[in-house]
Design a protein around this ligand. Structure first.
Ligand code: SF4
Length: 320
């Protein structure tokens, strides 16, 4: 859904990668993200959920300025985002927290130096940077550890360090890409609570990406459901969890939340098709228990189900 006072807007964004396939290594285009539009408001936490390989991380990297879209535009407060954000007006306004904090931290640098790094591009002096890093490390629950190295910490503590680093420039938007999926269940809750606390304190908007609908439903007020590079449903969390309209969302609910919700559908059958050979018509039709002839021929349009709630299915009862 697009909104006029959005902080971050993705407008009809697509991303294609050139790949070689087949015995003769013929060049083809793999469409990882296909004509996706959404907006993120100030201080909002927007969830993006879907199976592995559906294109959600690619979309997250584009939203953060790390990848250029093949088509479409990404705007931050109305200005188009340049690719090399670190050297532009957008420097520090968008940050990312990755799935694996160990590979995102330099093993040769102390954690204070790593956390302080985003301030170096702003010309802040070394001593001041390190002091600010120590303060931020205390805020994320790691007091007095700045002179230690990443290998001396557990996975959950390393993710706290990654959150501290992302917050150093007081960004407008943080893209959290599967931030808890590499962690034990007990530690996951601590990191999710930390992200909530930090949002209360510093007010960044989050684009929160996960394959786990439970986690997304805990964190986010609004949820987008992605499949094979397309958004299929987008709506407020409470409506979506109670009355999911798209069969794919219903199947995800069934897998994540089971019988605790009324909207849960039958579990998913089969595998997600290759993005090199996306199905014609509705991309979900090979796995959809409700598919009919029209689904194999025609791509469903968006149908509006309510305020900020839309779905792409021929058989949803929308008003448009
Ligand atoms: Fe299923 Fe058809 Fe709806 Fe696609 S359009 S989700 S195949 S019923």
């Amino acid at each position: 859904m697009m909104s006029d006072n959005a902080l971050l807007q993705c407008q009809e964004v697509s991303k294609q990668f050139p790949v070689k396939s087949g015995f003769l290594g013929k060049k083809r285009a793999l469409t990882a993200v296909d004509t996706v539009s959404f907006s993120l408001g100030k201080g909002e936490c927007l969830g993006l959920v879907g199976e592995s390989g559906c294109g959600k991380s690619t979309l997250g990297r584009m939203a953060c300025g790390l990848l250029a879209p093949s088509k479409g535009k990404i705007l931050l407060q109305g200005r188009e985002l340049p690719l090399a954000c670190a050297q532009s007006w957008a420097a520090g306004r968008l940050q990312m927290v990755f799935q694996d904090p160990f590979s995102s931290l330099n093993p040769r640098m102390t954690v204070a130096a790593s956390v302080a790094e985003p301030l170096a591009a702003r010309g802040v002096g070394r001593q001041e940077r390190l002091q600010a890093a120590d303060t931020m490390l205390s805020l994320v629950g790691l007091e007095g550890v700045g002179r230690r190295y990443p290998h001396e910490f557990s996975g959950g503590q390393r993710q706290r360090i990654a959150v501290a680093r992302a917050l150093m420039t007081r960004p407008d938007v943080i893209v959290c890409d599967e931030p808890v999926s590499a962690l034990d269940a007990s530690v996951q809750a601590q990191i999710l609570n930390l992200l909530c606390d930090m949002q209360e304190q510093f007010s960044p908007a989050y684009l929160f990406i996960s394959h786990d609908l439970n986690v997304v439903a805990f964190m986010c007020q609004r949820i987008m459901v992605m499949y094979l590079g397309r958004l299929l449903e987008d709506g407020p969390r409470d409506e979506l969890v109670k009355h999911a309209a798209h069969p794919y969302t219903q199947a995800l609910l069934s897998a994540s939340l089971g019988e605790r919700v009324t909207g849960a559908g039958s579990p998913l059958q089969g595998e997600q098709p290759s993005p090199l050979h996306p199905p014609k018509g509705c991309v979900f039709h090979p796995r959809c228990p409700r598919a009919e002839a029209i689904c194999r021929k025609e791509v469903p349009e968006w149908r509006v189900l309510g305020e900020n709630w839309r779905v792409r299915c021929h058989f949803s009862e929308g008003v448009a």
